[in-house]
Design a protein around this ligand. Structure first.
Ligand SMILES: [Fe+2]
Ligand SMILES: [Fe+2]
Length: 165
């Protein structure tokens, strides 16, 4: 059964949302790299790549269900950021916002009795638990590090990224 037009529209909006998120984290990554925080920059860059992958996942699902996946206009993201703590507070809040969006699409899928879309969306419900948690954990570590410990934490994060390669 072809996906309903309402759900197709919502998922296309979510593709735009994921692409906007990718740009948001890229903007943050550039900003912190400029401040000399290579570890935080690497973390944010990895997040940005993940968001682009999410856009692909939503698009592929739409295509599989006979829908049309679109690349729509993506609004400009903020360019200037404050402290590292403020940046990661924004990351956490943004992830909570994305979770709300996924839940809204789920509500529609339930109303439409579209079980396939519900099943697909559950992977994102689970993904968002992780996304919120990893942002929240970063924020906690940043708060604990304080201004003095920030460079040390940054180096530690960079090291974990280098080990993963
Ligand atoms: Fe995402
Ligand atoms: Fe995310």
């Amino acid at each position: 059964m072809r996906i309903s037009q309402d759900l197709e529209k919502q998922i296309n909006e979510q593709i735009t949302e994921e692409l906007w998120s990718a740009n948001l984290y890229l903007s943050m990554s550039f900003y912190v790299a400029d401040l000399g925080y290579d570890g935080f920059a690497a973390w944010l860059k990895a997040q940005s790549i993940e968001e682009t992958e999410h856009a692909h996942e939503f698009a592929n699902y739409l295509i599989t269900r006979g829908g049309k996946a679109l690349v729509d206009k993506v609004d400009v993201v903020p360019q200037g950021w404050g402290t590292i703590e403020e940046i990661f507070d924004n990351v956490y809040k943004h992830e909570c916002h994305v979770s709300d969006r996924i839940n809204e699409i789920m509500t529609l899928a339930v109303a439409k009795k579209d079980y396939a879309t519900q099943d697909f969306l559950f992977s994102f419900v689970r993904e968002q638990i992780e996304e919120e948690d990893s942002a929240d954990r970063m924020l906690t570590r940043i708060k604990q590090a304080g201004e003095r410990g920030l460079m040390y934490l940054d180096k530690h994060i960079l090291k974990t990224f280098q080990q993963e390669k």
